[in-house]
Design a protein around this ligand. Sequence first.
Ligand SMILES: *[C@@H]1O[C@H](CO)[C@@H](O)[C@H](O)[C@H]1NC(C)=O
Ligand SMILES: *[C@@H]1O[C@H](CO)[C@@H](O)[C@H](O)[C@H]1NC(C)=O
Length: 325
Amino acid sequence: MHSSTIASVALFVASTLAYPTPTGSSVADIAGGSAPNGTPPKNISAAAIADFQGVNFLENMEAAFFEQGLENLTAWNHHGELDAAIEVVTRVHAQELIHVQTAKNILNHFQKPTFEPCQYQFPVTNAEEFLDLANIITSAGIGAVINVASSLALTDPSLVQGPASILSSEARHDAFFRIAALDIVPNPTPFDTRISAAYALNLASPFIVPGSCAAMPKFPTIPPLAQIKPRYHQHGTTGTDVPIQFAVDAQALHRAGALFIGWVNQANVVNYTPAKMVGTGVVETVIPEGLGGMAFAALTNTQTATDVNTLTGLTLAGPAPVQIS
Ligand SMILES: *[C@@H]1O[C@H](CO)[C@@H](O)[C@H](O)[C@H]1NC(C)=O
Ligand SMILES: *[C@@H]1O[C@H](CO)[C@@H](O)[C@H](O)[C@H]1NC(C)=O
């Protein structure tokens, strides 16, 4: 679809949304439903506890992001141009709170520790930046929940349904953000991209005010990798087969040898491209053919890992979200 067509779809959505939020309604009313009310299984694996703690921790951040965003959008909405975004984000916020509750209910049932929200800082000064970051945060969240569902399928099959149902709900959020923020198609690819819990937590880290969490899940800290060229925030797409540069702390490359970017995308094995230093703390590579949607790039010095969880242990810096299409 051409981007002007998408713009008119967005306008159409804006002019036809007709679900005003009733004042005084509960979170479940606004969200459109409550946390699952079935009986949890008799037992739960240690891996599943870590998975739901990760979901609890990350969804706390998402809920806070959308709560702040909703306040901001309301303040920034001078001529009704943000009405549609406010309608949608009102529900997104409530739905994230229900997702937090879903994870907490399971953890409480098994008398396992839960996480309370931290303080957060988001690099957002206007509606465009908010919607743009909403797309990145939601894509990373979807990637983490794909990992949770895949892992639960092996250890705790009876717990898969909750995260599986969360995935399609979050994908609907992201479809809106893609149109509203970037004016790009809501459905770029047949698959979304799985990321590891450690990747998700490292991507969340910059948004957490240091020292503000009463407790945090344990995770390995990986030095950051930041896309610098082509710039992400351009209302455009990066495409494939084009040069791309990332900023990285030069310390992370100390005696690294040959460098590669491992590309994590859709349900495929990791795709590697050779990377070279082109300046202090700047690495360059080419985006390979065949990627789509949101890819995650990791700097590494081996090409052995085929899946994201193995690549995580071999990541020198990253991941960086890269909007391909
Ligand atoms: C639950 O307990 C049963 C019986 O001990 C065991 O076979 C099963 O693997 C356990 N499930 C999980 C998710 O740990
Ligand atoms: C909301 O606006 C404040 C003030 O400009 C800003 O500091 C904060 O990062 C914004 N947060 C979001 C999620 O939009």
